[in-house]
Ligand binder design. Structure first.
Ligand SMILES: NC(=O)c1ccc[n+]([C@@H]2O[C@H](COP(=O)([O-])OP(=O)(O)OC[C@H]3O[C@@H](n4cnc5c(N)ncnc54)[C@H](OP(=O)(O)O)[C@@H]3O)[C@@H](O)[C@H]2O)c1
Length: 371
């Protein structure tokens, strides 16, 4: 199994669905103000930004979660307590008898859970927005894949585990999409994001780059400056999700940014400009991971072989349905502000999780190879 897989949380499953095209239809109605929006989740990374976007546009938000994650975050928002697993604790009972315009499902990871919520809510909501992932695709070696590309599958679709290396994550996401679509045919919007980045990102995968550039000095950058990078600012993603709700847009969308091709070189150069750092970049090319298997730079994947298409998913349909992108410099600034606002122990822990300990050696080796 590829060593990049755990970091990317990808599921590359051998067998392929015959076609995903049946799910690619798209409809859009005129925008409506004052929606009642139910968010399944709401207190992690993307949920709070969805809440903000919805409230700013005059919608009423209700959350459904277990009350474990940041339970005091939204004291003024109605929070229904329960579990996505209908068989666990109070399950979905808090949703019974309730009516909403739109459900945004951030927290569905197993098809049985999504089936249960979508079937229960089908008579009492008009639209179900399911947050999936580009990991739902079967392959990443193909460039510019759009929403009708083949999806990942797994031998036993009843398995309720992500697997040791998250190898079932993507196939499970694909099954969750299908569970929602089966329960509410023609009324589902599926959003497949790539790397979601920006303020509040607890994975700190993208954060590594502006933080490291700001430290300055000689730094290692994998691949070449032209390698593509697809990220989406959480604020762009969530504002657009609310647009999908307002316009009752259904269909399948890649939630990937930016509009044109972003490159690894542009990421670090923009971070250098934003931070005024003296960082000097040594590009490592590929193959360095063979001598340094413990080093895994976040976000980047080799622009070749099985990952050639990983950072090149088409977002044309998403842009056509209202997705817009703020400048990269804005994302970098907000990411750094958010990181700097964390307590020191959390900042240290975030950086410790990024395995780049061999950076100096890699720079020396790259320089020696270039001499
Ligand atoms: N981050 C990325 O780069 C990325 C990329 C692609 C796709 N995605 C997708 O984006 C979504 C990320 O969402 P998020 O975590 O930021 O969403 P969120 O809505 O902000 O937070 C997750 C919420 O789910 C609730 N929850 C978790 N397990 C639950 C359960 N068993 N029953 C009821 N509630 C539960 C949590 O609260 P409690 O703990 O209190 O229950 C929390 O409120 C996921 O679907 C992920 O697959 C993320």
């Amino acid at each position: 199994m590829s060593r990049f897989l755990p970091l990317l949380v990808l599921a590359i499953i051998a067998a392929i669905l015959p076609s995903g095209q049946v799910f690619a239809e798209q409809t859009t109605a005129p925008a409506e103000p004052g929606l009642r929006i139910l968010i399944l989740g709401g207190t992690g990374f993307i949920g709070p930004w969805e809440v903000k976007a919805a409230q700013e546009r005059g919608h009423t938000v209700t959350l459904f979660n277990r009350g474990k994650t940041r339970p005091d975050l939204f004291p003024d928002i109605e929070t229904l307590k329960g579990d996505r697993d209908p068989d666990k604790d109070e399950g979905l009972s808090a949703l019974e008898g309730r009516t909403f315009d739109v459900v945004i499902d951030n927290s569905g990871y197993y098809p049985r859970h999504v089936k249960a919520s979508a079937e229960l809510l089908a008579p009492s909501v008009r639209q179900y927005i399911y947050i999936s992932s580009i990991s739902a695709y079967a392959k990443t070696d193909v460039e510019n894949q759009d929403v009708d590309a083949p999806l990942a599958v797994m031998d036993d679709p009843t398995l309720e585990t992500m697997g040791e290396n998250y190898e079932y994550y993507g196939a499970l996401k694909a099954l969750c999409e299908q569970a929602a679509q089966t329960a509410m045919p023609g009324r589902v919007a599926v959003v497949r994001p790539g790397f979601i980045v920006g303020p509040g990102d607890t994975s700190h995968r993208f954060t590594y780059w502006p933080v490291r550039v700001r430290q300055g000095g000689e730094m290692a950058v994998p691949g070449s400056p032209e390698d593509p990078v697809q990220i989406i600012d959480v604020r762009d993603l969530t504002e657009w999700i609310i647009t999908l709700a307002e316009q009752n847009t259904t269909g399948v969308f890649n939630g990937c940014g930016p509009e044109g091709r972003l490159t690894m070189g542009k990421v670090v150069e923009t971070a250098r400009a934003v931070t005024g750092s003296d960082a000097v970049f040594t590009y490592l090319g590929t193959g360095w991971d063979e001598t340094h298997p413990d080093v895994a730079f976040p976000i980047w994947t080799p622009y070749e072989g099985e990952y050639k298409g990983f950072h090149t998913f088409s977002n044309a349909r998403s842009v056509a349905s209202g997705l817009t992108f703020r400048p990269l410099a804005d994302t970098i600034t907000a990411t750094l502000e958010s990181f700097d606002g964390l307590p020191e122990d959390k900042r240290a822990a975030a950086l410790e999780r990024i395995p780049v300990a061999g950076e100096a050696e890699l720079i020396a080796a790259a320089k020696a190879a270039g001499e």
